[in-house]
Design a protein around this ligand. Structure first.
Ligand code: FAD
Length: 323
């Protein structure tokens, strides 16, 4: 089923999860161990992130330097197929512009279509840490909107070359939104205007970047609605579990951590996990009571903090119906 259909048909808030593929050389069984725990909560869909290749340099014995390009976390499509097969849950592979030609993207979409996977989250991705310049010619999608257009084009039978009677795919496309604005955008209004274009191009629903202050989400939704964005805007949450998250999360995800939360964690660093779970549970309760269509948890490798938070929310219980 398409993600947008899950939201349209939902009679209770949907609790979904996002995982990352294991590092190269890792076992898929580790992922299954996490997902086994998550499945008790009947998630409507599971997102799997995509990771651009990164470059690194190796000094050879003769003193010359060799540049390697390597994807640290391959396997998104395979993992999605495994999730569908093993759990009969809709997987949502992320597709990124960064590092992929339009041809490679088209090939990936064909693979997904053949696997019966009809959902993708269309994301731009970021340039690798080493600031390798992005290639921005016509063979690459520059912004997420370009990727959305490519996917939706294939839904109309438009491939990169003209093909008579080409098969029309049937992808539901999610896109990213930023309650505290995307770090490159000059202001939130600019960012929301770009988001509106992305939705108009075919984005069926929005998942937000993580945030710890619900006011930011409610303000963002208000701005989106005022701009004419009508699709579901799903809050993305991560549970803070360590004191070092106070620096790490703002640095990597360009977000603010409210003073009340950072003060509490700094006063009791040993209890960071309990504090984070309680904070997330309160966020969820308020978000769902405020009309959010569900909660999307970024669980990375360990789902237990998110599941502990779900256990604490009254409405979260409904997500477990049938277990
Ligand atoms: P875009 O929508 O392209 O926007 C990027 C920036 O460009 C914004 O500032 C926007 O305002 C601006 N912009 C857009 N269009 C234009 C235009 N026409 N002219 C000028 N400016 C414009 N990263 C990964 O590598 N893999 C993942 O799997 C992944 N999953 C994610 C899932 C979610 C829910 C979220 C929120 C983020 C995810 N990311 C992932 C991170 C994402 O790649 C980065 O946040 C990236 O910097 C932006 O991606 P985007 O799709 O929002 O970009």
């Amino acid at each position: 089923m398409k993600v947008i259909e899950h939201y349209e048909r939902a009679t209770e808030p949907l609790i979904s999860f996002e995982i990352i593929p294991p590092k190269r050389g890792g076992s898929v069984n580790k992922v299954f161990e996490s997902l086994d725990k998550v499945m008790k909560y009947n998630p409507p869909f599971i997102d799997v992130t995509y990771h651009a290749a990164e470059s690194y340099y190796e000094e050879l014995p003769d003193g010359t330097i060799k540049r390697h390009i390597k994807r640290k976390r391959p396997g998104t499509i395979g993992l999605c197929a495994a999730i569908k097969h093993k759990y009969d849950v809709d997987p949502v592979p992320h597709l990124i512009c960064e590092g992929f030609t339009k041809e490679e993207t088209e090939d990936a979409l064909i693979e997904l279509n053949f696997l019966g996977i009809d959902n993708v989250l269309a994301i731009r991705g970021d340039a690798p840490d080493d600031s390798t310049p992005r290639i921005k010619n016509g063979t690459y999608n520059k912004y997420a909107i370009d990727l959305v257009k490519q996917v939706k084009g294939m839904n109309q039978g438009e491939y990169l070359e003209d093909i008579v009677n080409a098969h029309e795919t049937n992808f539901c496309v999610g896109v990213a939104g930023y309650p505290e604005k995307h770090f490159e955008a000059p202001n939130l209004d600019f960012d929301v205007a770009r988001l509106k274009e992305k939705v108009d191009a075919g984005g069926d629903y929005i998942v937000t970047q993580m945030f710890f202050n619900n006011d930011a989400y409610f303000r963002f939704v208000e701005k989106c609605r005022a701009a004419g964005i009508e699709c579901p805007i799903v809050p993305g949450l991560k549970v803070l579990t360590r004191e070092r998250h106070l620096n790490f999360l703002p640095k990597f995800f360009h977000l603010n951590i409210p003073e009340a939360l950072s003060n509490e964690v700094q006063a009791n660093p040993g209890n960071a996990r309990e504090i984070g779970v309680e904070w997330a549970a309160q966020q969820c309760t308020e978000l769902l009571e405020g009309g959010a269509p569900g909660i999307h948890f970024y669980i990375m490798g360990d789902p237990t903090p998110a599941l502990d938070a779900v256990d604490k929310i009254p409405l979260g219980k409904t997500a477990k119906a049938g277990t």
